[in-house]
Design a protein around this ligand. Sequence first.
Ligand SMILES: [Zn+2]
Length: 273
Amino acid sequence: MAIVLSTLLVATSYFCINVIVEQKKVMILTEDINTLQKKYDELVVQGDTLEQQFKDKLAQQQVLAQKTAFLTFDDGPGENTEAILAILARYDVQATFFVPGYMVESYPEQMKAIVSAGHQIGSHSYSHNYREIYASLDNFKADFLKSNDVIKQYTGKDVTLFRHPGGSSNQAGNAEVVSATRQWLTEIGVNYIDWNVDSMDASGQHVAANLIKKATLEQSEYQQAPVILLHDTVAKGTTVEALPQIIEGLQQQGFVLTALPDGADFVQHRKPS
Ligand SMILES: [Zn+2]
């Protein structure tokens, strides 16, 4: 009897061990499958991103094949937006507006007007507060995402273009943080873009319209793709005054005027790093 029992016990424990071993194998296999599924999902996302980047590059090349000038307006919308939009419409040209989120919230009607006229919209941060956004990468990320949410309410899509307040090489922020922001934006597929023509409209109070026009046309003349820095703020009335002459001057120089394409990255004061 004792022998039978002990044999039964040995057999039962052998069976139990086998079950545990098999269960363990199943668990390992399940983990493997989950890991593979995760890798596969990541590759699909990477593939989509690469495809989008390729399409963006192609669009950019097509735009840059001809002499093209890009008017970019920072810091709006505001009280001058309506006048700027009327001039752009009169000449039938497209432009790009780099808008801080808090300004969008202050001037919703003007923001709607920019979007419905078909101009390009880029983020110019939410707060435009250098001390805040460049204090740490986390601050910058939170501020950017907030601006993305605000802009998306009007455009229906995520932001693809960004202009750093002060530019991508600004000295106002901690250099390491600013560098990290360039890297991060690139990683999430947002292209930051600076300028290669400074209209000088922000070089002082009430810069004469003639000087703004002169600075813009002189710097643009020998470029294939001037990206022109202008401002859409109430203090920049002379920018509005100079705009018709700037547009006419650029057209006389042989430029087509259009909005920046989604993937624009051809003017960056500092490359991602
Ligand atoms: Zn600005």
